[in-house]
Design a protein around this ligand. Structure first.
Ligand SMILES: Cc1cc2nc3c(=O)[nH]c(=O)nc-3n(C[C@H](O)[C@H](O)[C@H](O)COP(=O)(O)OP(=O)(O)OC[C@H]3O[C@@H](n4cnc5c(N)ncnc54)[C@H](O)[C@@H]3O)c2cc1C
Length: 390
């Protein structure tokens, strides 16, 4: 673990998680990537091992039976899992982080406790915002929820796409128009929807990378949920959506990238110390050595930013660093994983080595959770004193 300020307790948790994924996942990554005709599968058995060891739903408060880990501790654990596979780290962490949305519903306390128990025993969730015609412009969504006054229920219709973990999810955080006469910030509502209410899963995507994280359409055809399944206030779903892709949550989402950068750097350095050309180690060729030195600089700088922001969030200090951190960390990781391939030459391009997987996996982190262009657009707006949401 590279974070100098980690406590002994944090180190123990991190090492425990790393040992499990190193033993259970590392030797079988290629097998999981190639499964399901090359679409890849999420390794449920590894998931369950981590669940059994207490690593799932790490943020669930102690009063609901969870560990109530702070953001920093969660980040450190996710980084270390990401050293083995960033796609798995993203799916594992991302599918378990929605209990605060469940708490924000008006469901009875017993139901909330039941969901805490289910999540702690491994039940996965899914975030459904994007639609085929509504990506960066989420307000262009057409999914709607119409109220049945007699039944006291909402009827949801629409199709969400690119939903991570949806093939394995048992519940969904769904965004739908509830009042189209208003602006999206007042007319879109967030709902908690259990799978058994009739949610259908569509085709599984065939992706460039992140094969250990399954992605698919999610279809709602007259899916009914009771009034108490509204998350937060009616019409304020956009605030809930932003909570998932901004703030400290967005910073935690960068942690798989830290692990992936570190792995690419460590492994290509080892390669460069052994590979000899022109009578010397390639690490001693200045052009190669400088690339590796830059990888080290980027990775250390990214880590410092991430953990500084998470530590601040845990102390209740608002930093507004999430936009720049998301861009910086994911751009650094893309560059570092590409450079790792370059340092290893033709061998870096071969599937015998992990570098091409790192490079394929890195790309998506610049796209999802709000593309880096949109993040930059919002960053400069806020720097210029304008409202990023307008
Ligand atoms: C593997 C994967 C997993 C995902 N998981 C989820 C998930 O779990 N839940 C979910 O809801 N969504 C998920 N997404 C969706 C993801 O968040 C969107 O793909 C992303 O927000 C971009 O939307 P888009 O793909 O429609 O691209 P578009 O919005 O069509 O953008 C295309 C390009 O245009 C640029 N662009 C668009 N508008 C502007 C602008 N105003 N200024 C500058 N540039 C602009 C973008 O930056 C991008 O480069 C996932 C996507 C992928 C690929």
């Amino acid at each position: 673990m590279k974070y100098a300020f980690a406590t002994d307790e944090q180190r123990e948790f991190v090492e425990g998680a790393y040992k499990i994924v190193e033993k259970e996942l590392k030797p079988r990554i290629e097998e999981y990537e190639a499964a399901d005709g090359g679409l890849g599968v999420y390794p449920m058995d590894v998931h369950q091992k981590l669940v059994d060891a207490g690593y799932y739903g790490m943020s669930i408060p102690e009063e609901y039976g969870g560990l109530g880990f702070d953001m920093l501790t969660q980040g450190l654990i996710i980084e270390e899992i990401g050293r083995i596979d960033a796609g798995f780290a993203f799916a594992f962490a991302g599918s378990s982080c929605y209990f605060d949305r469940i708490l924000a519903t008006k469901m009875p306390e017993e139901e909330k406790q039941m969901w805490a128990d289910r999540i702690l025993s491994g039940t996965m969730g899914c975030f459904c915002l994007t639609e085929p015609g509504a990506g960066s412009d989420a307000a262009a969504m057409i999914t709607s929820a119409v109220h049945d006054d007699a039944a006291g229920e909402w009827i949801i219709n629409g199709t969400k796409c690119f939903a991570s973990n949806s093939p394995n999810a048992e519940y969904f955080i769904v965004f739908a128009w509830t009042d189209k006469t208003k602006r999206a910030s007042q007319g879109v509502t967030a709902f908690f929807v259990e799978k058994e209410r009739g949610v259908k899963i569509g085709k599984k995507e065939n992706k460039m990378g992140l094969h250990l994280s399954e992605t698919a359409d999610v279809i709602f055809e007259d899916v009914r949920v009771p009034d108490d399944h509204v998350i937060g206030e009616l019409g304020r779903g956009f605030g809930v959506a932003l909570g998932g892709i901004s703030g400290a949550g967005a910073v935690v989402n960068c942690c798989p990238c830290l692990g992936m950068s570190q792995a690419a750097l460590d492994e290509c350095l080892e390669y460069a110390k052994v590979r000899r050309q022109f009578g010397k180690r390639i690490v001693d060729q200045q052009a190669v050595g400088f690339m590796i030195a830059d990888m080290e600089m980027r990775t250390q700088a990214a880590r410092a930013l991430v953990y500084d922001a998470l530590r601040a969030a845990d102390e209740g200090i608002k930093t507004n660093l999430d936009l720049l951190i998301k861009c910086y960390v994911t751009d650094c990781t893309m560059q570092t994983t590409m450079d790792a391939v370059q340092v290893c030459g033709g061998y870096g391009y071969m599937k015998d080595y992990p570098f091409e997987r790192y490079m394929r996996n890195a790309k998506i982190f610049q796209i999802f959770g709000g593309t880096n262009q949109i993040k930059r657009k919002n960053l400069i707006k806020s720097m210029a004193g304008r409202d990023p949401m307008k």
